[in-house]
Design a protein around this ligand. Structure first.
Ligand SMILES: NC(=O)c1ccc[n+]([C@@H]2O[C@H](COP(=O)([O-])OP(=O)(O)OC[C@H]3O[C@@H](n4cnc5c(N)ncnc54)[C@H](OP(=O)(O)O)[C@@H]3O)[C@@H](O)[C@H]2O)c1
Length: 278
């Protein structure tokens, strides 16, 4: 598979484009428009979820793009209430996407109060064996949740997708991933759109000026240089272009260390154990 962006090799031998498109909070029609524009400008990796209610629009964009299936990397996720019936949930996602398989299927949250995620992992193993998804992984898992599935399964998740950005760098969890052979995906790489980036990290203004890039590009490049997989979300065509132009510059080690220093352990979304919604 040839990708226009760097690829990361996963623990099952497959590879994933390190940069893609996030689609949270894009309604179906917007997701169709944005995904179509993104595919046209070279994006080949799209992150969605049953929860986002936009798999149909993304499927339409994929079909109309005419891009060969093998050149695309599509992720979707198993929602909490569907954990007891993962096969039905994935079949529904595949129907909406118009695909025979996804590249990556993630357990969206451990939702520990529901008590079903360990069994869901065993179901995902079967779905992978049946070819409905090429790889399987998790999202919003803490080490204790990774331990719980490791206790019943020899299959290590290829990826853990977690909140991660300069204000919340997850250094301990990233070290844990490295030990276990799990790749890290950042959700909310641009701080989830929840804060004013300049107000929170004024030193980024000077960094961006020096590299002749935008603040968003500097933040996204910081993730890439840490080997993290990202898929920033935007509804704007200009920002799609901006967020994809990350491979023509490199941040120096000293500047990477400066951004490493912006970590204030500031979580902007829900903590993993608290995401137990239906
Ligand atoms: N597994 C999970 O639990 C989970 C949770 C959250 C998200 N995710 C996934 O991760 C993806 C990314 O995370 P996210 O959508 O929460 O947050 P994000 O990508 O960090 O930030 C998106 C926000 O940043 C703005 N933005 C995008 N590009 C920009 C740029 N170049 N300059 C300035 N602002 C920019 C967007 O506004 P505009 O749209 O107006 O451009 C939007 O408000 C999601 O879309 C989803 O696929 C997963």
């Amino acid at each position: 598979m040839a990708f226009p962006v760097n690829a990361v090799t996963l623990n099952d031998g497959t590879s994933i484009p390190q940069l893609g498109l996030g689609t949270y909070r894009l309604a179906d029609d917007d997701a169709y428009r944005v995904a179509s524009q993104a595919l046209e400008m070279g994006y080949r990796h799209i992150d969605t979820a049953r929860l986002y209610h936009n798999e149909s629009g993304i499927g339409r964009a994929i079909r109309e793009s005419g891009i060969p299936r093998d050149d695309l990397y599509i992720t979707t996720k198993l929602w909490n209430g569907d954990q007891p019936k993962a096969r039905d949930a994935l079949s529904g996602s595949l129907d909406r996407l118009g695909l025979e398989h996804v590249d990556l299927y993630l357990i969206h949250w451990p939702a520990p109060l529901r008590g079903t995620y360990v069994d869901a992992w065993k179901q995902l193993e079967v779905l992978r064996a049946d070819g409905l998804t090429t790889s399987i992984g998790v999202s919003n898992f803490e080490p204790e949740h990774l331990d719980a599935i490791a206790a019943v399964s020899d299959v290590v998740p290829v990826i853990n997708q977690v909140e991660l950005h300069p204000l919340f760098q997850q250094k301990a969890l990233r070290a844990e991933h490295a030990k276990r052979g799990i790749a890290t995906e950042s959700w909310g790489p641009l701080c989830h759109g929840a804060v004013d980036l300049v107000e929170e990290m004024p030193a980024l203004v000077n960094l961006a000026e020096r590299y002749e890039k935008t603040i968003a590009q500097v933040i996204l490049r910081w993730h890439l240089q840490h080997g993290i997989i990202i898929f920033p979300k935007t509804s704007s065509k200009e920002r799609l272009v901006e967020n994809f132009a990350l491979f023509d510059f490199e941040i120096s080690d000293a500047d990477i260390r400066e951004i490493d220093g912006f970590d204030i352990n500031k979580r902007l979304g829900t903590a993993p154990a608290d995401g137990n919604w239906d």
